[in-house]
Design a protein around this ligand. Structure first.
Ligand code: GLU
Length: 283
């Protein structure tokens, strides 16, 4: 079950991200599988120079290793373009405010794209293009997609006509992640539970592109003492402030695993025993 960890270089990895990385590594290595690291640097507005290198050195400092070269999404635009041309897409000129104030899609949940731009004529589209660059949405039509998560169990979600290329020209996260997982031969996605809602869309895209089905494990988040998702504002939460040995000791204790390094923790690791409950890091 080839696995991967795919951080976005928008900050220093904190103990929540590092614990997810450790779990992704444990899932892969306990199955005797390869483990990849991928830099997800498509969001140019949020990526900061130096963070990718820092993230890789923090993973290495914990004793996590990976196979092959680290690829960066910013260098893979041709792959995403090729995938885009194989998908049913349409141009969308809606602003966020317009979508928020529109009625929801028929039988779709609140916030689902109602398909406003799906039926525009060629003449309407060219008139609108003069005012605003379009985003591209897939014509998914509003379907339910179900899957079984290795940690969370049975899941289901509604797939609306979601954006695959933003109106600033950037390829959307959902498209890039599906294309890369398939191109890199990834078999199992282990990531934070905050991304579980993206999974039905990614499964839909994978099917539309003819990619092999993946296995998913969404692992619980780490919370701060205030019960909110761990973040920089909680204080000393990165390897700048916490020594790798102390970080590993906390992660091991929170997972009920003995050992002072990832390879020592491997012996006691059972994917089926990973808790669904978030963990609090109190510092
Ligand atoms: N790059 C995403 C993030 O840092 C994770 C993508 C994934 O694991 O699918 O939140």
């Amino acid at each position: 079950m080839k696995g991967r960890f795919a951080p976005s270089p928008t900050g220093v990895l904190h103990l929540g991200n590092l614990r997810t990385a450790l779990l992704a590594w444990l899932f892969a290595r306990s199955a005797g599988s390869e483990f990849l690291v991928r830099v997800e640097d498509l969001d140019v507005g949020r990526v900061r120079p130096g963070f990718a290198e820092r993230q890789l050195s923090d993973l290495a400092a914990l004793g996590l290793d990976w196979d092959g070269e680290v690829v960066s999404q910013s260098a893979r635009g041709d792959l995403y373009s090729a995938a885009l041309s194989a998908l049913p897409v349409y141009e969308c000129f809606c602003t966020r405010a317009e979508i928020a104030s529109a009625a929801s899609a028929a039988h779709g949940p609140v916030g689902a794209y109602p398909g406003t731009c799906r039926g525009l004529s060629a003449a309407e589209r060219s008139a609108r293009r003069a005012e605003r660059a379009p985003a591209l949405r897939v014509d998914a039509g509003g379907v339910e997609v179900a899957f079984v998560d290795r940690v969370l169990g049975a899941q289901t979600g509604f797939v609306d006509d979601f954006v695959v290329r933003r109106n600033d020209g950037a390829f959307a996260y959902n498209l890039a992640v599906v294309v890369d997982d398939a191109a890199q031969g990834v078999e199992e996605v282990v990531r934070g539970a905050d991304l579980v809602d993206s999974t039905p869309r990614q499964i839909w895209l994978g099917r539309a592109l003819g990619c092999p089905e993946l296995s998913y494990a969404h692992v619980p988040l780490v919370l701060g003492p205030d019960g909110r998702r761990l973040a920089k504002r909680h204080g000393d939460v990165t390897l700048r402030e916490v020594a790798p040995s102390a970080a590993l000791a906390w992660m091991g204790a929170s997972l009920g695993l003995a050992g002072s390094s990832p390879s020592e923790m491997l012996a006691g690791f059972d994917p089926a025993a990973v808790s669904r409950e978030p963990t609090v890091y109190a510092g």
